[in-house]
Design a protein around this ligand. Structure first.
Ligand code: CMP
Length: 143
């Protein structure tokens, strides 16, 4: 079954949105396969955001994502990668539709509440960066 990596960023944790956001994915019908509250090291942040290393905001991005606890998660379900991205809304909260997570809770692009993998390849890579194999659980969940 398809899996994705989602991470509530330091702004989402600070604003007490962990319950609200995880609840949206639970109610949608996806299965939580792994989760942990953690502070990301600079090394992990630079690996995770490696594709943005030449962008002018890279330093700001790494500083922000390492600035406080994040809530890292693995979610499982049919088409979970694409559906989770729809539920998160556009990267820039100014363009994110009302009803989406960023549309409802975000204002600026640097503090856009949540990160989600954008493809199968990035999901596999990001899950591997943040979780040990035994931290991603395989269990039966009733529909
Ligand atoms: P995310 O989905 O985590 O992936 C890369 C992040 O870069 C993105 O969300 C934004 O939070 C951040 N980002 C994109 N554009 C900018 C920008 N112009 N200034 C600061 N951060 C940005």
């Amino acid at each position: 079954m398809e899996k994705t990596f989602l991470m509530i960023k330091p702004d989402g944790v600070q604003r007490s949105l962990v319950g609200e956001i995880t609840s949206r994915f639970e109610k949608k019908g996806f299965k939580l396969a792994g989760a942990k509250l953690m502070v990301i090291s600079n090394e992990l942040a630079e690996k995770h955001y490696g594709e943005h290393k030449d962008k002018p905001f890279f330093g700001e991005l790494v500083d922000f994502i390492t600035s406080g606890p994040v809530f890292a998660m693995v979610w499982e379900g049919e088409n979970v990668i694409g559906t989770a991205r729809q539920m998160m809304g556009a990267t820039n909260p100014k363009e994110a539709a009302p009803g989406t997570i960023r549309g409802d809770y975000g204002v600026i692009v640097g503090k856009n509440i949540i990160h989600g993998s954008d493809s199968q390849e990035s999901a596999e890579r990001e899950i591997g960066l943040f979780f040990e194999e035994n931290e991603v659980l395989d269990y039966q969940k009733d529909e």
